[in-house]
Design a protein around this ligand. Structure first.
Ligand code: SF4
Length: 335
C-alpha cells in the first residue's frame, strides 16, 4: 500500500458563544497515491471541516485535539506532520503546491478582478518557479488539458466571462497548475447540471490517471462517489460510521445510515418505486444524541442499547470497518 496521507484520531472543536462544539470526532482515514477516497455524508457531517484541517484552513476558533495526527508524504518523499507545520513559507508550499483544493463554487477560488490566466500564472510562479512565457505556456496547456476550447484566447478572460461548467474546469486547471500531489475536491460537481457533471467527473478521473495524484472527493451523493472513488468513508455527525472499498460498500452496505443514503438515490430501473429519504435531519453537533448518534433516525435502533452506548468500530472483513451494534460481534476490533 502506497500511503500518501494518514489521518489518525482527528478531533476538531470550536469555541462558540454557546460553548464548545466538536463537529469532528476521532476521524481516521488513509489516501493512497493515485487513488480516490470518497468522503460522503449530509451537510453538517464534518466532511469539509476535516479536509480544511488538512489545508490548515480552519478558523482561529478551532482547536485540534492533541491526539490528532495528519501525516503526509510530500513530493520529495519527506514525511510532514501537517498539524505541526508553522512557518508561512511551509504553509504556502503545503497549500496548492502539495495539496490542492477545488470547491463547489468556482468563485470561491477565483478573484473576480484578475483574468484566469493571471491567477494561474501566479500559482505557477509560486509553486513551480516559472515566470513569463513559460508560465503562460503551462497555463494554456492546463486549460487545454481540462478541455477548454481555444485556451490561448480564453486565458485572458475574467471568471465572469465564462459559463458555470467552463469556470469549474478552469478552477480544476488552476488547482492543477500548482502541480499538487493530493487534490481535495469539495462537492465540485454539485452545482452543475448532470451532463456537465458527468464530463467533469470523467475529466478528473483521466487527469488523476495521467498525473498520479491522490484525491479526496467530498460529496453528499453516493451516486457520484460510485463513479469516482476507490474507497468510501461514510460520515455522520463528525464520525466515520462505515468505510471500505467502494464496490463492496455499495453492494453490501452494513451501516443503516449507508443503507439509507443508497435508498435515497433515484434509479431509472425503479421509476415506480418511491424514494426513501433518511428520516429526520442531522442534529447540530451541540445537540449530539447519546449512544449511537444516528439512533433517533435509525429504524433498526435497539432501545436500551443504541440510545445509551456508542457502538465499537469493528472490522468485519479485511478493508471494511463499521460502527453499529448490529455488527458488534463480527470480525475484530478495527485498527
Ligand atoms: Fe442504528 Fe443502533 Fe446501528 Fe446506531 S448502533 S446505526 S442506532 S442499529
Amino acid at each position: 500500500m502506497n500511503k500518501m496521507l494518514t489521518v489518525e484520531d482527528l478531533t476538531i472543536s470550536f469555541r462558540t458563544d454557546e460553548g464548545v462544539i466538536t463537529p469532528v470526532q476521532k476521524v481516521s482515514f488513509e489516501v493512497e497515491a493515485g487513488k480516490t477516497l470518497g468522503l460522503v455524508g449530509e451537510s453538517g457531517s464534518g466532511k469539509s471541516v476535516s479536509t480544511k484541517a488538512l489545508m490548515r484552513l480552519l478558523p482561529g476558533s478551532a482547536v485540534l485535539d492533541r491526539a490528532s495526527r495528519m501525516r503526509y508524504r510530500a513530493k520529495d518523499g519527506r514525511e510532514i506532520d501537517i498539524e505541526n507545520v508553522r512557518s508561512t513559507r511551509a504553509l504556502r508550499r503545503l497549500r496548492g503546491g502539495e495539496i490542492g483544493m477545488i470547491f463547489q463554487e468556482p468563485m470561491a477560488s477565483f478573484s473576480p478582478v484578475y483574468s484566469i490566466g493571471n491567477q494561474m500564472m501566479e500559482a505557477i510562479r509560486l509553486h513551480r518557479g516559472l515566470r513569463g512565457r513559460a508560465a503562460r505556456a503551462l497555463a494554456i496547456e492546463m486549460l487545454d488539458k481540462v478541455g477548454i476550447s481555444n485556451p490561448t484566447a480564453r486565458i485572458d478572460q475574467f471568471p465572469h466571462e465564462m459559463s458555470g461548467g467552463m469556470r469549474q474546469r478552469a478552477m480544476i486547471a488552476l488547482a492543477l497548475s500548482a502541480g499538487p500531489n493530493l487534490l481535495i475536491a469539495d462537492e465540485p460537481t454539485t452545482a452543475l447540471d448532470v451532463t456537465i457533471q458527468a464530463q467533469v467527473l470523467d475529466l478528473m478521473r483521466s487527469l488523476q490517471d495521467e498525473l498520479g495524484m491522490g484525491m479526496i472527493f467530498i460529496t453528499h451523493d453516493l451516486g457520484v462517489i460510485a463513479q469516482i472513488a476507490d474507497e468510501i468513508a461514510v460520515m455522520y455527525l463528525g464520525t466515520i460510521v462505515e468505510k471500505g472499498p467502494t464496490r463492496e460498500v455499495i453492494r453490501n452496505p452494513m451501516h443503516p445510515y449507508t443503507v439509507g443514503l443508497l435508498e435515497a438515490i433515484p434509479s431509472l430501473d425503479r421509476l415506480e418505486a418511491r424514494l426513501k429519504p433518511v428520516p429526520g435531519d442531522i442534529p447540530s453537533p451541540s445537540e449530539r444524541p447519546s449512544g449511537c448518534a444516528f439512533h433517533p433516525r435509525c429504524i433498526q435502533a435497539v432501545s436500551g442499547l443504541c440510545d445509551v452506548q456508542a457502538p465499537p468500530e469493528r472490522a468485519p472483513r479485511a478493508g471494511r470497518a463499521v460502527s453499529c451494534w448490529l455488527h458488534a460481534e463480527e470480525g475484530r476490533t478495527a485498527a
